[in-house]
Design a protein around this ligand. Sequence first.
Ligand code: PGA
Length: 250
Amino acid sequence: MAPRPLIAGNWKMNGLLASEQELQKLIGGVAASDGSQREVLVCPPFTLLQAFAKRAAGSAVGIGAQDCHPNLSGAHTGDISAQMIKDVGGTSIIVGHSERRTDHGESSDLVKQKAKAAQDEGLTAIICVGETEAERDAGQAWSVVSDQVSKSLPSGSTASNTVIAYEPVWAIGTGRTPTIDDIAAMHDDLRTAMVGHLGDDGNSVRLLYGGSMKPGNATEILAVTNVNGGLVGGASLKAEDFLAIISAAS
Ligand code: PGA
């Protein structure tokens, strides 16, 4: 049986306290739709994490974070740990997003440590992978992605504590997406790789597509075999758009 789809919103560095109204609209919309078929997650910036987790408590919307430090606590100015995220009600952590790999020089080895920190706290690690345009043009998309997966996946990963998000770097925030055939091929290869890493459990790991997913293309992308949901940036900021994507997964 295909894993239950997950639609996750990555708010990135967007949102102020007033954005709680948008979350409230989302919670209302999700409650009014049939929630049995998919899971919904919103990952706001750290400043909103606690308020959002309180607001979403008891609803069908989960709240997660966009990054964490590998350690539980200590002298790491400006960082936030998985334990802190759990403490305020977060259930999942995005790790290894390409914007962090690029802006902060994060290696797959560091991403693995962050994913492990999330899993050790009982949280779900959403591990992001994806090739650049130059890598795709050079025919290296799969070798880059499979290398990122092998190096970013901690031992002890399972279908319940791990999600993989395939996000081609060139599709993020650009309005461009790969062809449906390219998405299907990448997700089939990812499925085979996850079974290679985790055995049978690899069949149940959710494989999200991310990169310019929007109401207009979500139905087609989410219908692809081995696409088990989406990681949505820009289109997750407005409840109306995000709800349209969520309903495409239902
Ligand atoms: P986008 O971002 O939907 O704005 O392209 C996706 C992501 O980076 O997670």
